[in-house]
Design a protein around this ligand. Structure first.
Ligand code: DAL
Ligand code: ZN
Length: 200
């Protein structure tokens, strides 16, 4: 029995298989209609609640994942969920200031092309704050747990190491994208990005 690659559309807002990247921007002004704050630990921050919301579609599996991780001693925190177009504008500008245009484009999405705007992506931190938003997060207990188990809850490490040609971005072991359990398992098994798997 083969995997049905056309079960959900990859080009429709709201589809859990919606692929958003540098070549596939969101519709102008897109905002998910079902943004909700999940019941999981959040990274203490001065920023508004906006960042803590995600699409309701991912919440049951997100809460189950964080609980399972805690059971295994990995203390996950939500660092950043949904990001509006306007918020991405300020983050992208900050990154250009800090890193310059070329490097900023390897780590940060141009407004209107960020997966965070879909409501299906989130950045995870560890309660210890160790290696926050750095590649070395992959070596923390939380980073290792995610690499091993996130797919069981429908999440993929969206920007894997060495896949910049396919994804457009450097390794981000903290950035998860919800695609549902079936596709996440398939991508985990094949080691492919959504772009590679769907031939986009
Ligand atoms: N850091 C990811 C690529 C974003 O800005 O959406
Ligand atoms: Zn992210």
């Amino acid at each position: 029995l083969g995997f049905n690659k056309s079960l959900y559309p990859t080009n429709d807002p709201g589809s859990i298989w919606w692929v958003v990247d540098k070549h596939r921007p969101l519709p102008p002004g897109y905002e998910p209609s079902d943004l909700t704050i999940p019941n999981i630990p959040v990274r203490p921050t001065k920023t508004s609640l906006v960042e803590r919301r995600v699409s309701q579609k991912i919440i049951p599996d997100l809460e189950a994942m964080v609980a399972a991780a805690a059971h295994d001693g990995a203390r996950l925190q939500l660092a950043s969920g949904y990001r509006s177009y306007a918020l991405q504008v300020s983050m992208y500008k900050q990154n250009i200031k800090r890193f310059g245009q070329t490097e900023a484009d390897n780590v940060s999405a141009k407004p209107g092309t960020s997966e965070h705007q879909t409501g299906f992506a989130l950045d995870i931190g560890a309660m210890s704050r160790e290696c926050e938003v750095q590649a070395c997060f992959a070596g923390t207990p939380e980073g290792k747990w995610l690499a091993e188990h996130a797919y069981e809850y429908g999440f993929i490490i969206r920007y894997p190491e060495g896949k910049r040609a396919a994804t457009g971005y450097d390794f981000e072991p903290w950035h998860l994208r919800y695609v549902g359990r079936d596709l996440a398992a398939e991508l985990h098994l094949t080691g492919q990005t959504p772009e590679e798997f769907f031939g986009l």
